[in-house]
Design a protein around this ligand. Structure first.
Ligand code: NCD
Length: 305
């Protein structure tokens, strides 16, 4: 039985295969409409979410399966003090596969130890978010046509942004990648990602506090929201929240074929005027996310079409 806790749990070949299946679903959705009949996905969300939970549910429903779960810890037995280990042991008797989001880093590792069905990490605190990375990879595949020789700018909250951590891990496996890390001093990439996946692998990188200074060099600009819920005090959040705002003016400095990605939700960091720029991919990215989750559910349930 396989789980997906970290994006590196999947090999590069497995990711290619998931993209191939997701592309096939895009082309022939009717082929997949019944493949998860009588299978149940549990979505256990101890932390707020719109896209990830709904896209998991929509993915399972589009495969003909059923869904159950909770969307906030306060409506589950966690509010009574039940441990993740116990909840998972019980839910594994009610569902065939579990997608779980939790504010504590490492919670899905505990879940994996107590489950009898595949567990998918749908985000653990400021750590990782592997299924967002699957969405990101399908976006890159479609919009850039390659995974190698790309200069990738990651901008905003690199400290708490779990989507950034998972994306860096995933992209560190391809040739000719360069990272440009754009953040305020206080929100720099943590060493558990920077050391292992950039420095130790000898991947060229640059750090900057200015988006304007580096935007012209980028093939991909990955914008992120400052993660309000992970701050210890409101004052720091208010000071940092508008550090970067991508505007149509700034887009004029970028390459004609640079793409703009964002895991969403957006707060202020991309002006809505940028949405009309063909280089803005973030809404397409959400759709790719659903298709990749469909492909992932099938893989973990060992369903072949
Ligand atoms: C991201 C997350 O939850 O980490 N959202 C998502 O799943 N698309 C990004 C964020 O919340 O900023």
């Amino acid at each position: 039985m396989r789980n997906l806790i970290n994006i590196l749990d999947l090999s590069v070949e497995e990711i290619d295969e998931l993209i191939r299946v997701a592309d096939d679903i895009l082309e022939q959705p009717e082929k997949y409409r019944e493949v998860c009949r009588h299978r149940i996905l549990a979505t256990l969300f101890y932390e707020p979410s719109t896209r990830t939970r709904l896209s998991f549910e929509s993915a399972m429903l589009s495969l003909g399966g059923e869904v159950l779960g909770f969307s906030e810890a306060s409506s589950s037995s966690a509010a009574k003090g039940e441990s993740v280990a116990d909840t998972i042991a019980i839910v594994s008797g009610y569902a065939d596969i579990i997608a779980m989001r939790h504010p504590k880093e490492g919670a899905p590792i505990v879940a994996a130890r107590h489950t009898r069905v595949p567990v998918i990490n749908a985000g653990d605190g400021g750590h990782y978010h592997p299924t967002q990375t699957l969405a990101d990879l399908m976006t890159i595949h479609h919009e850039k046509g390659r995974f190698d020789n790309l200069t990738i700018g990651l901008c905003g909250d690199l400290k708490f942004g779990r989507t950034v951590h998972s994306l860096i891990e995933a992209m560190s496996r391809y040739e000719g990648i360069k990272f440009v890390l754009i953040s305020p001093e206080e929100l720099k990439l943590p060493s558990f990602v920077k050391k292992e996946y950039i420095k130790d692998k000898g991947i060229p990188y640059r750090q900057s506090t200015s988006l304007d200074e580096v935007i012209a060099d980028l093939d991909i600009l990955y914008m992120t929201r400052v993660q309000k819920e992970r701050f210890f005090n409101e004052e720091d959040y208010l000071r940092l929240k508008d550090s970067y705002i991508l505007t149509t003016e700034k887009m004029k400095l970028a390459k004609e074929d640079m793409i703009v990605m964002h895991p969403l939700p957006r707060v202020n960091e991309i002006s809505t005027a940028v949405d009309d720029d063909p280089r803005a991919c973030y809404f397409r990215q959400t759709y790719y996310g659903k298709l990749m989750r469909m492909a992932l559910i099938m893989k973990l349930l060992e369903i072949q079409v």
